[in-house]
Write a protein that binds this ligand. Structure first.
Ligand code: NDP
Ligand code: GUE
Length: 306
């Protein structure tokens, strides 16, 4: 089949727009019913690596009708002070979801912070209880980047059942949850990392290749099976030939797109969809909180009958 270059690109923007439009409807109804959704972002210290993400979160939350508040803390804050701030947000009924932007300074144990967020307010899906849910095939709220990556693979129309998938990178926030989501969908999943003997040998067997490492041009054309779908999750800043800073992924897109049938562009691929999924997760969290509120304060049958 001959395909134009453009049809090979799996773009995140249109899928993100669809999700945001649906979130916007849900958010408007919830707001009218007295439950306005609100997201609180926590950044600690130097925020260069997260600036783009936070900027997009703010812009898309505004589009979706979700409140957005950014709390910035100095790099020398203690873990205890941060936990106290998170507990305050947990107890605040106006706050629907809390997202802790990574990275945080090395003296702060990120896992302790993630575990401090109440599971009902964990819109990133990074609390141990949330990660546990995806292991148990309960997939309605998954880590945003992983969910965005899998959603883009689904856009190809490929049947995930029995599909040979290789994931390069096994971080807790991206690689591992992608592997669990894909296993739940019936794919056969191989996970590679820095100790894998030959990433290339595994990658070449993949019908779908996910790459989340953080190394520009790690994946070259000779590592990709002809006709495969390539999902590039990397977001790396580098200085281009014109001297300007630019964002590139982990895949050598120009050469790989000649071999692959589908490839996600960077920017414009997984990134925009990650933000949309965060907003969708916020509505999932809101609905769970409302269900709990209803169970606690809804009119009990015997009173309603009087
Ligand atoms: N689009 C989005 O929404 C997001 C994009 N990102 C981007 O995704 C990329 C990965 O992020 P993240 O998972 O947080 O990064 P981490 O640094 O936490 O993880 C990188 C992973 O890559 C593995 N790795 C390192 N070198 C190699 C190699 N040569 N071959 C195979 N595997 C290797 C590491 O293995 P080991 O642990 O064994 O060393 C590790 O599992 C980054 O570019 C980041 O900016 C991240 C989050 C969101
Ligand atoms: N707790 C936590 N969760 C994360 O998911 C997380 C994080 N911390 N820290 C930083 C990284 C990076 N990340 C991005 C997500 C989307 C875009 C994004 O929207 N990119 C667009 C726009 C790029 C642009 O405007 O230049 C694109 O790729 O097209 C970028 C970066 C999430 N991360």
């Amino acid at each position: 089949m001959t395909r134009t270059d453009d049809s090979r690109y799996l773009k995140g923007g249109p899928v993100a727009q669809r999700i945001i439009a649906s979130v916007r409807e849900d958010a408007a109804i919830a707001t009218a019913e007295g439950f306005p959704p609100k997201l609180v972002s926590i950044t600690v210290g130097d925020t260069d690596a997260v600036d783009v993400y936070v900027r997009n979160q703010r812009a898309k939350a505004a589009l979706a009708g979700i409140g957005f508040e950014e709390r910035r803390f100095a790099a020398d804050i203690t873990a205890g002070e941060l936990e106290a701030a998170i507990h305050g947000l947990n107890a605040d009924p106006r706050v629907t979801g809390i997202i802790i932007q990574r990275p945080v300074p090395t003296h702060i144990p990120i896992k302790t912070l993630q575990a401090a967020v109440h599971p009902l307010k964990d819109v990133e899906g990074m609390h141990p209880a949330s990660i546990g849910n995806i292991v148990y095939n309960q997939l309605d709220l998954a880590p945003c980047t992983a969910a965005a990556s899998v959603e883009l693979l689904k856009e190809t129309g490929l049947d995930l059942q029995g599909l040979e998938v290789v994931v390069v990178g096994h971080s807790e926030i991206v690689g591992k949850p992608i592997a669990f989501l894909l296993m739940s969908e019936g794919a056969t999943v191989t996970v590679c990392h820095h100790m894998t003997r030959s990433v290339a040998a595994h990658a070449r067997r993949a019908d779908a290749l996910f790459v989340a490492v953080g190394k520009p041009r790690l994946i070259k054309a000779d590592m990709v099976k002809p006709g495969a779908a390539v999902i590039d999750i990397g977001i790396n800043s580098e200085i281009g030939p014109d001297g300007e800073t630019r964002i590139v992924g982990d895949v050598d897109t120009d050469s790989v797109k000649e071999v692959a049938s589908w490839i996600t562009p960077v920017p414009g691929g997984v990134g925009p969809l990650t933000v949309a999924i965060l907003l969708r997760n916020t509505m999932v969290a809101l609905n769970r909180q409302r269900a709990l509120y209803r169970a606690s304060y809804g009119v009990p049958d015997q009173i309603a009958a009087e």
